[in-house]
Design a protein around this ligand. Structure first.
Ligand code: CP3
Length: 345
């Protein structure tokens, strides 16, 4: 068994026992870290994602500082979409902004398939990181077809997903053609990362919680399932995450991942009852709790660990990304607490 297969993170993803519950944080690399703000000064977000020297340094920063059990590649969900020919930018404080949104069949032609060469900077970053990380696994990731489509159709972030849902209901053929293209792009992007050496992948369907279960099953699940099943033989655990997905948990599990990411609204023991004995879970401390004082952090962390123990495997995480205002010292203490409370030594 390789050191990475034996790591607490990969073992928990596979539902196997380990020395302690592994912990990492979504958005662990980013504005909560002064060393990140320093290195990013004057460099655009997309540009930094395309520079393997910066990607490597930024990805390693939270591993060095917090001692987390996994690194996550520094990139963004829109990187493969930009490589596919879409003119977009990532605007600080806003998120991805698309110059010309996709709203019609001719618009769809601007979204080309990608080849591994289109994202060679990602493969290079992964190779550099795997060499540096040693026994710490690297998580690769991509946005899921629905969440990517929401940015392409709306043109930027949205609270209501009005244009996205309007296309879904009124132009189902165009909708499925768009999500089909996005699932192919996503699969190529993830396979490139697996071939370069990542130890696990996470599919971010951050905004799927905007949908009913019936609509998720009809309009989204087949496309996310195509991505996840396309990686079934890749030999790495697949994590599937969304926010506000309480009504979607069973359906998200059926899409085929090994681990389901759960936000703070659903206790992990309840999630496990609904997902069944085959799925490991990841989560789910509310990122806002990190602003409530250490006593609360400690109490809530113990509760999450106790509820996570019901699952065949538990990867401790927040229920969504680290907020930029978070005190990084609390995150370091939290990693030590998770290791101490869950340690079997
Ligand atoms: O540490 C990590 O988790 C890896 C890095 C990572 C980023 N984006 C870096 C980033 C990951 C995994 C993502 C995924 C991502 N990007 C998602 C899914 C995860 C989630 O949060 O639900 C989504 C929806 C996006 C789209 C996006 N990109 C948003 C909403 C934003 C925030 C806008 C802002 O400035 O508040 C971005 C920009 C972005 N991606 C930043 C980082 C560190 C901030 C930009 C900066 O630091 O200048």
């Amino acid at each position: 068994m390789t050191v990475l297969e034996a790591s607490p993170f990969v073992r928990a993803c596979r539902g196997l026992p380990g020395p302690h519950t592994p912990v990492w944080f979504m958005r662990q690399a980013g504005r909560s870290l002064p060393e990140y703000r320093k290195i990013r000064a004057g460099v655009g977000m997309l540009e930094s994602c395309r520079r393997p020297d910066l990607v490597t340094e930024i990805t390693l920063q939270p591993v060095r500082r917090h001692g987390v059990d996994a690194a996550i590649l520094f990139s963004d969900i829109v990187v493969p979409v930009a490589a596919a020919g879409i003119d977009l930018d990532i605007v600080a404080g806003t998120g991805p902004v698309v110059a010309e949104p996709i709203r019609s069949a001719p618009d769809l032609e601007r979204l080309r398939p990608i080849t591994p060469d289109d994202v060679d900077f990602v493969a290079e970053s992964v190779r550099l990181l795997v060499a540096e990380l040693g026994s710490t696994p690297l998580i690769g990731f991509a946005g899921a077809p629905f969440t990517l489509a929401s940015y392409l159709i709306e043109g930027g972030p949205s609270r209501t997903y009005l244009k996205t849902k309007a296309m879904m209901y009124a132009q189902p053929d165009l909708w499925h053609a768009l999500l089909g293209r996005l699932s192919e792009i996503t699969l190529t992007f993830l396979r490139t990362q697996v071939d370069a050496g990542v130890s696990a992948v996470q599919l971010f369907d951050s905004w799927a919680g905007a949908l009913s279960e019936a609509d998720y099953r009809q309009y989204v699940l087949p496309h996310s399932a195509a991505v996840l099943s396309g990686l079934a033989g890749a030999g790495v655990p697949r994590i599937h995450f969304g926010v506000g997905t309480a009504v979607l948990l069973e359906a998200m599990g059926e899409a085929g991942a090994d681990v389901v990411g759960v936000d703070w609204r659903t206790p992990l023991d309840v999630a496990t009852k609904r997902l069944g004995p085959e799925k490991a879970v990841q989560g789910n401390l509310d990122p806002a709790i990190l602003f409530a004082g250490w006593e609360t952090v400690e109490r809530e962390t113990r509760r999450v660990l106790a509820q996570g123990a019901a699952a065949p495997g538990h990867v401790f995480n927040l229920g969504h990304g680290v907020m930029p205002e978070t005190d990084p010292e609390i995150l370091t203490r939290l990693v030590a607490l998770v290791h101490e409370v869950s340690g079997r030594s």
